[in-house]
Design a protein around this ligand. Structure first.
Ligand code: HEM
Length: 393
């Protein structure tokens, strides 16, 4: 930490140690000021709840149009994607995405998701020991959600790895970011092939995107970017929230007992899991003017500003005892799905999936225990696990 005119720190938030346990570093940075200049990566870091929410709600000042990743290659490569646009083009493209994901449109798929979650929970309870990532959390995204999108069977299994690579490649220049490059190339080639061959099931969510592209409403990069919105955004994030939830409940058996006794708390528990272990930890914007954040901190125009959903959700200025997992807290205002014009377009679907899984488990499982050391999937942008071995009783 330094004593420059504005708060500055040379901490590396992307080292293995920092990614494995970011929260103590986030707290130290929150205490330094409303924004801190991270000298190592030449980034401004906004990490308190109030300022993160305000930035997300002000796209005219904190623009996504120059990308939301932390390196130029990523921001250039996904130029046409929905997340890399400001209104009005973002508003137009987003409609294509959200019309199939509105609460009304999702009503018809809820039953299918519930049924699959029930079958899965019953089978896993029968087994007793399983991995909460590979056996539980990955099931719905791969089996049910890909069908809803109308995705071809070919290549589905590789998508999880490609999706994780996409997030990693949005990090600051460095070894972890470079290592993701081949996965992103493969993802782009795969998505472009799906668009070129029109390899989607007519009537599925993804078909809308293809139709709009064929009508000339969106260029090929836009179509590829929107499809990435389905297969990238819908995968790692949902897998992460389900496995983090199981991990949190295994470490807090008293909270699981509360849920089993009162299953109506499933939506509140879900909000608390997203708050505690926000699946997307950071993204960024670029300032379009000098911004005064208070306490003498002015971010200059044209600066890249990284904001942290994960840090904002643990801000003691906003939440009492923020590191405590409490499913009765029901933090409806958490920022884990973002806020403002880019707020998660798929959160309705994510909720359906996670609610279904925890409801099905709460109806059958008295206790969840870890049977081995969970393995973190270290990633520049997302937080999750590659393995959480558990036993259920
Ligand atoms: C627990 C699961 C999920 C979490 C925590 C999550 C989180 C987020 C966050 C934080 C953003 C904001 C990005 C920004 O501020 O620039 C976002 C945007 C987005 N999410 Fe999600 N997401 C989840 C699941 C999903 C699913 C299932 C889908 C697709 C079906 C999806 C599709 C999208 C899309 C398309 C955007 C971009 C919206 C826009 O730019 O207008 N997400 N998500």
């Amino acid at each position: 930490m330094s004593t420059a005119a504005y708060p500055a720190a040379d901490v590396d938030l992307f080292s293995d140690e920092a990614l494995a346990d970011p929260y103590p570093r986030f707290k130290a940075l929150r205490d330094l000021g409303p924004a801190v200049h991270l000298t190592r990566h030449d980034l401004w870091f906004v990490c308190r709840y109030e300022q993160v929410r305000a930035a997300l709600g002000d796209w005219r000042t904190f623009s996504s149009a120059r990308g939301i990743g932390l390196n130029d290659d990523f921001n250039g490569a996904w130029d046409g994607a929905l997340i890399h646009q400001d209104p009005p083009s973002q508003t137009q493209q987003r409609k294509l995405f959200t019309e199939r994901l509105s609460p009304r449109a999702l009503r018809s798929v809820a039953e299918n998701i519930d049924r699959r979650a029930e079958e899965l929970a019953a089978a896993l309870v029968e087994r007793g020991d399983f991995d909460a990532v590979t056996d539980l959390a990955q099931d719905l995204p791969i089996r049910v959600i890909m069908d809803l999108i109308g995705w071809p069977q070919k290549g589905r299994d590789e998508l999880l790895d490609m999706a994780a690579g996409w997030f990693d490649s949005g990090g600051p220049a460095g070894a972890r970011t470079s290592a993701a490059e081949p996965k992103v190339q493969a993802l782009m080639a795969y998505l472009s092939e799906v668009v070129a061959k029109e390899d989607l099931v007519p009537g599925g969510f993804g078909w809308n995107v293809l139709e709009a592209h064929k009508r000339g409403e969106i260029p090929v990069e836009g179509a590829t970017g929107l499809l990435a919105g389905y297969v990238v955004a819908a995968f790692d994030t949902t897998v992460s929230v389900i496995s983090s939830g199981v991990w949190l409940f295994a470490r807090h058996p008293e909270q699981w007992e509360v849920l089993v006794g009162e299953p109506a708390l499933v939506p509140a528990a879900f909000n608390e899991i997203v708050r505690m272990e926000s699946p997307i930890q950071v993204f960024s914007r670029v300032t379009t003017r000098d911004v005064d954040l208070g306490e003498g901190v002015v971010i200059p125009a044209g600066a890249r500003v990284m904001h942290s959903y994960g840090s904002a959700n643990r801000d003691e200025r906003h939440y009492t005892d923020p590191d405590h997992f409490d499913i009765r807290r029901n933090p409806l205002d958490h920022l884990g799905f973002g806020f403002g014009n880019h707020a998660c377009a798929g959160q309705g679907l994510a909720k359906l999936e996670a609610h279904a899984v925890f409801k099905a488990l709460a109806a059958r499982v008295e206790r969840i225990e870890l049977t081995g050391e969970p393995v973190r999937a270290l990633n520049n942008i997302t937080r999750g696990f590659s393995s959480v071995p558990v036993r259920v009783r």
